[in-house]
Design a protein around this ligand. Structure first.
Ligand SMILES: C[S@@+](CC[C@H](N)C(=O)[O-])C[C@H]1O[C@@H](n2cnc3c(N)ncnc32)[C@H](O)[C@@H]1O
Length: 215
């Protein structure tokens, strides 16, 4: 497995999961799951080139009979019946929202694992609205970049404003919180004083994070 980020995603899957990996690229996650003994996996991507690479890797590992491949924009051409798990990683929140927008296609989907590159608060709000609850979040530092992986389970959940913005407090994330405080302070200092709403929003996030660091 070439990346820690993908390693974590794979560790959250088990052989009972019937997975659709949307935007599979090289199909690394699908192959790891097939190695665990899963027998219903679908690797999909919007780009022919990515799917070609997926097929090549799947064949190299001898999993052609277990992992199917399909070209599709999100779930557009996918029949989700019989699948219970979705992975979407390495995309932005607006693309993820677009992919999950047809909720009829999510009837059988119990578990969703997401790794968005941006706008996590918007993503948390969207997932809550479509009826998925955060089970756990994982933060991984790789090549000086923090990635957040969110494990969702079908179900309702109440989230406080702070949890929508920053996720649930986790004791082991102190360094990440320090990093976020610095990042938000830099952004806030660049915002003109007249833009009070934006500055206040960031100030509030910094305050929450500071409280978490003092815990
Ligand atoms: C940055 S790569 C991430 C690949 C892999 N999921 C990972 O996390 O390493 C994004 C992949 O998503 C695919 N993609 C982008 N938009 C998509 C969409 N609407 N439907 C399906 N695949 C999409 C791209 O072609 C690309 O292969």
């Amino acid at each position: 497995m070439p990346e820690k980020r993908l390693e974590i995603i794979s560790s959250l899957l088990n052989k009972e999961d019937c997975l659709i990996d949307i935007g599979c690229d090289h199909a690394y996650v699908c192959i790891e799951l097939a190695k665990k003994g899963a027998d219903k996996i679908l690797a999909t991507d919007i780009h022919e080139k990515a799917l070609k690479s997926a097929k090549k890797n799947i064949e190299k590992n001898g999993f052609q009979s277990i992992i199917d491949c399909q070209l599709s924009d999100g779930l557009e051409k996918i029949n989700t019946e019989g699948f219970n798990t979705i992975v979407i990683a390495g995309m932005g929140t607006s693309t993820i929202k677009h992919i999950l927008s047809d909720q009829k296609k999510l009837n059988s989907i119990q578990k969703i694992i997401l790794q968005s590159n941006n706008d996590l608060s918007e993503l948390r709000l969207f997932m809550k609205q479509i009826g998925y609850a955060i089970k756990k979040e994982y933060v991984v530092l790789e090549k000086k970049h923090y990635y957040t992986i969110i494990l969702y389970q079908k179900g309702k959940q109440k989230l406080k404003k702070r949890e929508l913005e920053l996720g649930f407090y986790q004791e082991n994330l102190q360094e990440y919180y320090q990093y976020l405080i610095k990042k938000y302070e830099i952004i806030r200092n660049k915002i003109p004083k007249k833009n009070r709403k934006k500055r206040y929003h960031l100030k509030q996030k910094i305050k929450w994070l500071q409280n978490w660091i003092q815990l």
